[in-house]
Design a protein around this ligand. Structure first.
Ligand code: SF4
Length: 319
């Protein structure tokens, strides 16, 4: 990054990994390829991923975002978002003979399958997650009403009264705080030692890696800037993790939301991006910082990611 000598120095500690995960990348490609294959408009039920810039760009290409299926005409394709949908949604699409494409992240689908398996084994299921988040609505909607109890906090876990304490299982939302969830799971395991746990963590690799990276970057930084939208669960968690590590943190949609007053006295600034935030927004933030500071960028890498997911059949080749 260019520096002029009259600008104060600023070191940017850039977290790696950051930004797009494999599930977000796949979901965006599904919408892009559906538009290329079927023409506009292609309907998308709920924001495909929780990022305003991604949604605006896809809208400009011909995507129409709606909240419910009944807002879509039956003769246009519809894509279900990366967060997953209750079973009633594909059932309704089938009943209306709609062409639908499911962009549910495979790691969310894995949680759906686990919940189903526990239900079939007769277990009472606890889902750790945030009320109202579309992923939670989708996971709870895999099973009949009342089959899943939502737990949001350690207090909820302490109060939960199962029908049979020896026959309980838990699953989690994929984008939770790793540390908070460990506390909640700790309470459940202490109360119900036989509780069935996921085979492998439900909190996904991308959430885990981004939170780990933020901890490393926050240490020694005077300020943390997280690029992401306010409705993005994993982005909100990144700012929280930074604050818990003792670093003041701001979640911003893009560089235009940066307030230079936050940087008063700062020498080292951590920068990261949520799993739904595109890298060009990070680069634009670095450029904006460069307008006032002589910026040196240090990439702080705490993990390497090689995960990628296949596209659904029929979309794996560009139109
Ligand atoms: Fe999938 Fe995790 Fe990305 Fe969500 S954050 S889309 S669960 S990889």
């Amino acid at each position: 990054m260019s520096a002029s000598s009259d600008k104060p120095p600023l070191t940017v500690r850039l977290a790696a990994p950051r930004g797009f995960c494999a599930g977000v990348d796949r979901a965006i490609q599904i919408v892009e390829r559906a538009i290329a294959r079927y023409g506009a408009p292609v309907y998308v039920r709920h924001e495909i991923v929780h990022n305003r810039h991604v949604v605006d760009r896809l809208r400009a290409l011909g995507a129409v975002f709606v909240e419910e299926l009944d807002e879509c005409p039956a003769d246009r394709p519809v894509v279900f978002s990366a967060h997953g949908v209750p079973k009633s949604v594909p059932a309704e699409a089938q009943a209306r003979r709609m062409l639908y494409l499911d962009a549910t992240c495979p790691l969310v689908s894995k949680v759906h399958v686990e919940a189903q398996r526990h239900f079939e084994a007769g277990k009472e299921i606890v889902l750790i997650g945030h009320a109202g988040h579309p992923e939670v609505i989708g996971t709870m909607g895999q099973l009949p009403e009342g089959a899943v109890t939502l737990i949001e906090t350690v207090d909820d876990a302490a109060r939960f009264q199962p029908r049979d304490p020896a026959n309980v299982a838990f699953a989690t939302q994929t984008t939770l705080s790793v540390d908070d969830t460990a506390d909640i799971v700790g309470v459940l395991k202490a109360r119900f030692p036989e509780i069935a746990a996921p085979h492998k963590e439900d909190i996904c690799y991308a959430t885990t890696n981004r939170q780990e990276a933020v901890k490393v970057v926050a240490e020694g930084s005077d300020l943390l800037l997280v690029i992401g939208s306010a409705n993005s669960s994993n982005s909100v968690r990144l700012a929280e993790v930074g604050r818990r590590a003792g670093c003041p943190a701001h979640l911003i949609d893009d560089a235009s939301a940066l307030d230079f007053a936050w940087l008063e006295g700062a020498r080292q600034v951590g920068v990261t991006a949520g799993a739904s935030a595109p890298e060009d927004l990070v680069q634009a933030l670095l450029a904006r910082l460069g307008e006032r500071y002589a910026v040196t960028v240090e990439t702080v890498e705490s993990a390497r990611e090689t995960v990628s997911f296949k596209l659904p059949r029929g979309l794996s080749e560009p139109a």
